[in-house]
Every structure is written in structure tokens, then in C-alpha cells.
Ligand binder design. Structure first.
Ligand code: AVI
Length: 326
């Protein structure tokens, strides 16, 4: 690996290299060792994630699109006088496009705010959504919190915040509550949130979604080590680490880990890390919490939202829930 490759001052996920280095140093010092999952998404990581969404074993994306197609009109019918939709993490724009295609025509024109740290994701999503002539698209290259504040500064009328793709599953329970409370604080009574959440399902189905036969999720996970090489001058033996996905039944979450195959040196110059990992030791890189439907209602209610509709895809175990701020 060429460690002289360009090291950007700001990485694609919006964190400065200094922030990335400080996080790497801190999280690797914890027991168990960890790396925050937001760092999985550099350009290559985002492309690998897009491929994951197309795999037959990863059902979240297709189940959600089916629900949006079938029940999108019911979402809009619950929100008469809706004037704006804010999507946190729009990806390639497919989810919102699908929702709008299902909308009764009287629900447009509408204003759409797309919030993401990635400029390229915003450009793609804006192009997709902008193809609806009567939709005005505004983009905010920002973290969810600051983008939402920015979008809400110019608010008029009734707002729907969409947080889809089961991204809520990557927060631990206190983090998910804090995140939804933050959204609630930016809304008025009568505004709403649309949440897509992956459900608990048989363990084999969960495991094959996160440890697939093509090795795409393994590449997605191990790419974090590639990123440490490129951005933080790390000297790590890539082949020395394996991808592992496991179901933690107690916490209802799939965990992704990088497992040392043999004793490994972990030297990361720009993060001042110089450690040794014993064979079998792991670095925990992601949690993907799975819910049961009642838990979603409880979570929303505890954060100031009243659920007014929930649609479930039984084949793939996925729930789409709309809830009003009260
Ligand atoms: C983005 N997020 C909802 C994905 C998930 O399912 O937790 C990320 C992912 N990790 C491995 N595969 C997909």
C-alpha cells in the first residue's frame, strides 16, 4: 500500500483527519476495541454498501421500497397540507423517488431538503428527486443535526422527516432515543417522522445478510483497514484480519467485527497508536440493532411522537412507521 497517496484534510464523511485520528485512538483503546461505523463510508465503502443493497441476502432495501410503493399514498393521506419533506441520508434518492411516485398528485408541489455529509450522494439524490417537475430540491451538505437545524430555519407549513433504510439500527438504544428526540425538538406539533426499521428474524437470515457468500460485506468491513492505511499512515497486515458477523440475541443486534487471525501489530502513525492484538482478538466495527414492531412504537412515543400508521413486510421482516409530533 502506498502510504504517500494523497491524504485529504477533510474525508468524504465530513470528519477532519484530526477527528478521524482522535476517534481511532480513543475507540481502539476501549475494551472491547472498537471503531465507529460511520467511518465505513469513504468512497469505496459507500460503493460497497450500494452493492450490499443489491445482494439477494440483504433484504432491507427491497423490502422498504416495496412498502413505499404499496403504502406511499397512505403516508401522504395521513399528512394533508404537507409542504416539505426532509430526508436524512438520502443515499441515491431511490427511496424518496419511490415514495413520491406513490403520492396522490394533489400532494405536490412540495419542497424537499436532502441532508448528507457526502457531496456526491447529495448530487445523485438531488438529480433523482429533481426529475419530478413540481418538486423543489434543496441540499444541505452537513451532519444530520446541523442540516436539520439549517433546513428548519426556513420552515413553512407542515414537515415530514424521513429516516429510512434502517439507519436507526446503527444507533445503540440511548443513541436512537437521543437522535429521535433531537428530530422532535426541531419539529412543530403535527409534523411527522417516517421511519424504516429492520425487524428481528431467524438468525440464519440475519447472519447471511451480514456475512454474504460473495464476501461483499467482508470487503466493506475490511475496507476500514484500507482507510486507516491511506488516511492515517497505518501499517496493518490486511490479510491478518477476518470479517466476522454475529447475532447478539441479548441486545437484539448483529455485530460486525474484524478478527485478528494471528498476533497482529497495530501501528497507526497519525493516530499515535502502537499496539498488539492477540490472535482471536477483535475490533468491533458496527452494530445493527433489529426491532420488534411494538418496540418501534414505544421508542417513538418516548421521544414525543404518536404512531399513526405502521406497515410490515412479513416476507422480509421490515416495518415502515409514520408518527406525528405531539
Ligand atoms: C446502513 N445500515 C443500515 C446498514 C445495516 O444494515 O446496518 C449497514 C450495513 N452493514 C453491513 N451491511 C450493511
Amino acid at each position: 500500500m502506498d502510504s504517500r497517496a494523497a491524504k485529504p484534510a477533510v474525508s468524504v464523511d465530513g470528519a477532519s483527519v484530526e477527528q478521524f485520528a482522535a476517534d481511532v485512538r480513543y475507540y481502539l483503546s476501549l475494551t472491547p476495541r472498537q471503531l465507529p461505523s460511520r467511518y465505513l463510508y469513504d468512497d469505496l465503502g459507500s460503493a460497497l454498501f450500494e452493492s450490499i443493497c443489491r445482494m439477494p441476502w440483504y433484504t432491507i432495501t427491497r423490502a422498504e421500497l416495496r412498502l413505499l410503493t404499496t403504502h406511499g399514498d397512505s403516508v401522504f393521506r395521513r399528512l394533508p397540507s404537507l409542504t416539505r419533506v426532509v430526508e436524512l441520508g438520502p443515499g441515491n434518492g431511490d427511496k424518496l423517488r419511490t415514495l413520491f411516485e406513490a403520492a396522490p398528485p394533489q400532494h405536490r408541489p412540495i419542497e424537499v431538503h436532502l441532508i448528507d455529509v457526502s457531496a456526491s450522494a447529495l448530487a445523485t439524490a438531488a438529480q433523482t428527486i429533481g426529475s419530478f417537475g413540481d418538486v423543489r430540491v434543496l441540499t444541505h451538505q452537513a451532519t444530520y443535526d446541523s442540516g436539520l437545524r439549517e433546513a428548519q430555519r426556513q420552515r413553512t407549513g407542515r414537515t415530514l422527516v424521513a429516516f429510512l433504510g434502517s439507519n436507526i439500527g446503527n444507533f445503540d438504544p440511548p443513541g436512537a432515543s437521543a437522535f429521535l428526540q433531537n428530530i422532535r425538538a426541531s419539529l412543530k406539533n403535527g409534523d411527522a417522522v417516517l421511519l424504516g426499521v429492520d425487524l428481528v428474524k431467524p438468525t440464519e437470515r440475519l447472519l447471511v445478510a451480514y456475512d454474504d457468500p460473495l464476501g461483499i460485506t467482508a470487503a466493506f468491513n475490511r475496507n476500514l483497514l484500507v482507510r486507516l492505511h491511506r488516511e492515517l499512515d497505518a501499517a496493518i497486515d490486511l490479510d491478518g484480519f477476518l470479517h466476522r458477523a454475529l447475532w447478539n440475541a441479548e441486545h437484539r443486534r448483529v455485530e460486525m467485527h474484524l478478527v485478528a487471525r494471528t498476533d497482529q501489530a497495530l501501528r497507526i502513525a497519525r493516530a499515535q497508536v502502537d499496539e498488539r492484538l492477540n490472535a482471536g482478538e477483535t475490533i468491533w466495527t458496527e452494530s445493527s440493532y433489529k426491532y420488534v414492531p411494538e418496540q418501534i412504537d414505544d421508542l417513538l412515543e418516548s421521544c414525543g411522537f404518536k404512531p399513526t400508521g405502521q406497515w410490515i413486510d412479513r416476507d422480509d421482516g421490515f416495518a415502515l412507521t409514520i408518527a406525528e409530533a405531539f
